[in-house]
Design a protein around this ligand. Structure first.
Ligand code: GDP
Ligand code: MG
Length: 299
């Protein structure tokens, strides 16, 4: 068979399992996953190289109604991923009935998407038999899809079928990336995301969404030791206190968890230093967003 390749954007509202799906295909944690919505802020590409095809997955922030500038950036990023895609996977949580957010995305796809769309109904492991028919029918009624399938990114059910389905819609083309590359993000970026993930894991309420992580220094001290210094930005002094914790206990927890995971991912010892700084209202400020690396794509 002719070699095929292309960009496959995973589109869906927050928390339906977009990052989990991409990571399942790559067998590695490229995009951070969290039970809190809006964990993914950037477009992240994950590359799956097979003998007959190369699929470049684009994991996107969930589309939702923007509440602030960061939200706007996330929505623009998701829409630009629809326009750039060779194939779009519209991912939904089939254990629930569609809601307004699903309808908004279905409508956006109708208006903006020119590529084949596969409706992938995720979390089938949570779907009770009596709900299979009403739920699948409700999602299918949202639009016209080239194909549809029930999957579980969590258990792996039907992921091989979805993969073959994706390949059947990809155009013929060469490999875009070397076969051993699994992501287009570098270690600096991964380090920042893992630190952010651990912060999200340990923190609650409004703090998680106010966090940005910037790597200030990333140096290989030797073949098996890297030094990383990173700053966690928050929006208020009170949040700074929470992130640091009593006698620095919270920051220590975040740092230890991040270091452990980075050592496994990078296969070497990591010396990690964390700082916490306040950047007032950074999510609402275009200039701050750019400085923190959230540069809005043109659409
Ligand atoms: P995203 O916001 O769409 O990227 O969603 P995430 O990938 O961060 O996943 C959100 C939550 O749903 C996480 O707690 C995942 O573990 C969970 N999840 C994802 N896929 C499945 C699935 O197929 N079954 C179940 N039971 N949980 C899932
Ligand atoms: Mg995500």
């Amino acid at each position: 068979m002719e070699h095929r390749s292309g960009f496959v954007s995973i589109i869906g509202k927050p928390n339906v399992g977009k990052s989990t799906l991409m990571n399942a295909y790559l067998g590695q944690k490229v995009a951070i996953v969290s039970p809190k919505p809006q964990t993914t802020r950037h477009k992240i590409r994950g590359i799956l190289t097979l003998p007959n095809a190369q699929i470049i997955f684009v994991d996107t922030p969930g589309i939702h109604n923007p509440l602030h500038k960061l939200g706007e950036y996330m929505v623009k990023t998701a829409i630009s991923a629809i326009l750039d895609a060779d194939v779009v996977i519209f991912l939904v949580d089939v254990s629930q009935m569609p809601d307004d957010e699903d309808r908004l995305i279905a409508q956006t796809l109708k208006e903006r998407c020119k590529s084949p769309i596969i409706l992938a109904m995720n979390k089938m492991d949570l779907l009770t038999p009596d709900k299979v028919k009403p739920h699948t029918e409700a999602y299918l009624a949202l639009g016209n899809y080239n194909d549809w399938i029930l999957i579980s990114a969590h258990t792996g059910d039907n992921l091989d079928k979805l993969r073959d389905m994706i390949i059947s819609y990809l155009p013929p083309g060469p490999r875009y990336y070397p076969e051993d590359q699994i992501a287009d993000v570098d270690e600096r970026f991964i380090a920042a995301e893992i630190i952010r993930e651990k912060a999200l894991h340990f923190l609650h309420q409004e703090v998680p969404h106010s966090i940005a992580v910037v790597i200030d220094e990333f140096k290989d001290r030797s073949e098996d030791l890297s030094y990383i210094s990173a700053t966690i930005f928050v929006e208020k002094d009170s949040q700074k206190g929470i992130v640091i914790g009593k006698d620095g206990a919270m920051l220590k927890k975040i740092g230890q968890a991040a270091r452990r995971e980075l050592e496994i991912l990078f296969g070497r010892k990591i010396y990690l230093e964390l700082w916490v700084k306040v950047r007032r209202r950074w999510r609402k400020d275009e200039e701050e967003l750019r400085r923190l690396g959230y540069i809005a794509p043109k659409i």
